[in-house]
Ligand binder design. Structure first.
Ligand SMILES: [Zn+2]
Length: 400
């Protein structure tokens, strides 16, 4: 009897979490749409949405199914109300802190950022993070803030919420960001690598909702990848999966800050690309990667140069495609600025080289969050805890 009772409770809980996750991913919707996606009995879906309506987390509004047809049927749409809790996402990059506060459907309620300047220390970094999060919490407009996701440059100890020894980051080392922020703010904090966070944003809210095997590649001061296989984000045995920036592309190449020679980053990281672009196109002002990408849109010569320059990245992605067989590779962080034609040429080059050419193809696309997947992903890190039933369950289902 006891076992049966437990099973049915667990089923109820997992159905509730499934409906909540789908509602979040869809940003609300009609019961019919929802039932079509969750593959649960209509009655089960109705009961769960009724609970969420009763607790005030959802509200419904009447709308025309097809506004362009006067004969369009009326239907009720479910949306998250202002009683639904909020989550905070913060992205620590090398030069700034960027944050958003969102509702459970990742709709932004407020955003704020703070620059990082020369001379930052562990203490000033924590103080700025605290200030940023407090400001974001104000933007939650009285909603309960369930948690703070921090997407950060690595390497990280995710289990213990610790920033380990990131290169070129004010010499800050072994900083227990999670514990320190929790102590100061009294809200649970979850740390994740920034490209892994980008991959989560794409999986739950971006262009990979229906894609189970893909890579999110963050191209900026460094290069790394968030790898999703069979719908699961890969962390590896020690939490360092996806550090493709240190794949060796030329053993006799220049020295990398990691102490090895010829790492991908020495070719494809944005500062090195810009340094060489400035030399190549000396007459042009190229202050940043956006300027270089604009130049590529106007000049075929510059476009050819960038494609050639990124060919080492394309080769590493080709090797990964042969190893992991992804459906899609999304290029994000500053890489989202790369012109369409350059991405198309990278896709062509990659597909010409894969072993299963003609039988399988890999799409190379821009991130659906432009350059901001990491900060949306930071919020998605918290929402994933909610979807897994590890955070805020009693707020969504108080009657349980
Ligand atoms: Zn290296």
């Amino acid at each position: 009897m006891k076992t049966k009772g437990l099973n049915s409770e667990q089923t109820k809980r997992s159905n509730r979490l499934l409906v909540l996750r789908l509602l979040s991913m869809m940003g609300g919707g009609s019961r019919t749409e929802l039932t079509g996606r969750v593959h649960l009995a209509k009655m089960t879906v109705s009961n769960i949405t009724a609970e969420l309506l009763q607790s005030g987390i959802l509200y419904e509004k009447e709308t025309l199914e097809n506004a362009h047809h006067s004969a369009g049927r009326r239907q009720m749409l479910l949306s998250f109300s202002d009683k639904a809790p909020a989550v905070i996402g913060v992205w620590i990059s090398r030069d700034s802190l960027t944050g958003i506060v969102t509702d459970p459907a990742l709709s932004v309620l407020g955003r704020h950022s703070l620059p990082l300047k020369q001379g930052e220390t562990a203490e000033t970094l924590l103080e700025k993070l605290e200030r940023l999060c407090k400001r974001l919490a104000e933007g939650a407009q009285g909603r309960t803030v369930l948690g703070i996701g921090v997407a950060s440059i690595g390497p990280l100890d995710i289990q213990n919420g610790k920033l380990l020894n990131p290169p070129n980051f004010f010499g800050i080392q072994n900083l227990p960001i999670g514990a320190e922020l929790e102590k100061r703010l009294g809200i649970p904090v979850f740390l994740e690598n920034d490209t892994n966070a980008g991959a989560l944003a794409e999986k739950y809210f971006g262009s990979c909702v229906d894609c189970s095997d893909f890579l999110y590649v963050g191209l900026t001061n460094g290069v790394s990848a968030g790898i999703v296989l069979r719908d699961t984000l890969l962390h590896g045995a020690h939490g360092f999966a996806g550090e493709i920036g240190h794949a060796v592309v030329n053993p006799d190449g220049p020295l990398c800050y990691c102490g090895r020679r010829g790492c991908l980053e020495t070719r494809a990281a944005v500062p090195y690309i810009l340094r060489d672009a400035q030399q190549e196109f000396g007459d042009e002002e190229i202050p940043d990667f956006a300027a270089l990408c604009n130049l590529c849109r106007m000049s075929p010569m510059a476009e050819n140069w960038l494609v050639e320059r990124l060919s080492s990245l394309t080769r590493v992605l080709l090797n990964l495609s042969n190893t992991l067989d992804p459906e899609k590779i999304l290029i994000g962080h500053e890489g989202a600025l790369i012109p369409d034609r350059v991405l198309a040429r990278m896709e062509e080059e990659l597909n010409a080289g894969i072993l299963a050419a003609g039988h399988a193809s890999v799409k190379v696309e821009r991130s659906s969050f432009d350059c901001m997947a990491a900060v949306y992903g930071a919020a998605a890190v918290v929402l994933r805890k909610v979807f897994d039933g590890k955070l805020g369950y009693e707020i969504f289902f108080p009657a349980s």
